[in-house]
Design a protein around this ligand. Structure first.
Ligand code: SF4
Ligand code: SF4
Length: 64
């Protein structure tokens, strides 16, 4: 498990669908070259939890 500033991402659960990256309205989530989400610009995260809700693999938890 990778714990960043306020988002927990459990990479083993991620199926690399990319939906979290597409739905984030703040440009916090990008996909790396292996379609694995990476969380950047965390200061811009408004804790809307759209990424958490859209992830059917329960790989993301917004910790606020
Ligand atoms: S929505 Fe979930 S399964 Fe899909 S890329 Fe994001 S973290 Fe991975
Ligand atoms: S909680 Fe909202 S703003 Fe923060 S990373 Fe997830 S989708 Fe983006």
């Amino acid at each position: 498990m990778i714990l960043t500033k306020s988002i927990s991402f459990i990479s083993d659960r991620c199926n690399k669908c990319g939906k979290c990256s597409l739905i984030c309205p703040k440009g916090v989530i990008y996909l790396n070259g292996f379609f694995r989400p990476i969380f950047v610009n965390l200061s811009r995260c408004n804790a809307c939890k759209r990424c958490e809700r859209i992830c059917k693999s329960n790989a993301i938890e917004v910790l606020l």
